[in-house]
Design a protein around this ligand. Structure first.
Ligand SMILES: [Zn+2]
Ligand SMILES: [Zn+2]
Length: 173
């Protein structure tokens, strides 16, 4: 049985989203066959209660990295980008959309921020998939993170400790 408050909240958000979208897109010249994007996004979105982060979770097709994807007039576009651009217009060159909530499939506008690409990469480094620390508990911050070519992170403190252990073992041998 869904929480009644959460349901009310969700309805309010969905209404707000519909209004936002209608305002920014008065009457697009779309084909009558295609459901308007805003409507499609709304149908495919599950709104989490505020206590649970309030993310608008996209339930449609997901691609690598957990990002949602929609197809608009044969063109594939990231769902969170589609939602953002629908309301705010195209994202400028050199800018990326950053998920402040770190949930890739979230399309809530207030959880998205257009930032210069470099900033997005740095933030992603610190908090990739919500993981902020290495398995030993060292922070993946700017100075402690070594980024491998394939994109995964390595903890510099752990590297240092391992090297020290190895040297100690060699000395003891
Ligand atoms: Zn979110
Ligand atoms: Zn570590």
């Amino acid at each position: 049985m869904p929480d009644r408050l959460a349901t009310l909240e969700r309805d309010a958000i969905l209404r707000a989203l519909a209004i936002e979208v209608r305002r920014s897109h008065p009457s697009p010249g779309r084909s009558p066959k295609e459901t308007p994007l805003a409507e499609r996004l709304r149908r495919l979105t599950h709104v989490l209660p505020e206590e649970a982060g309030g993310c608008h979770v996209f339930l449609g097709q997901l691609i690598k990295g957990g990002y949602g994807r929609v197809t608009i007039e044969g063109r594939k576009i990231l769902a969170h980008r589609a939602a953002f651009e629908l309301v705010n217009g195209p994202i400028r060159d050199g800018f990326d959309l950053d998920h402040l909530c770190r949930l890739s499939c979230c399309i809530r506008l207030s959880h998205l921020e257009a930032v210069p690409t470099a900033v997005n990469v740095r933030r992603g480094l610190v908090c990739m998939n919500g993981v902020t620390h290495c398995p030993q508990g060292h922070a993946y911050d700017d100075t402690n993170t070594y980024l491998q070519k394939k994109g995964s992170r390595v903890c510099r403190t752990c590297l240092r400790l391992k090297a020290r252990e190895k040297r100690a073992a060699q000395r003891a041998a």
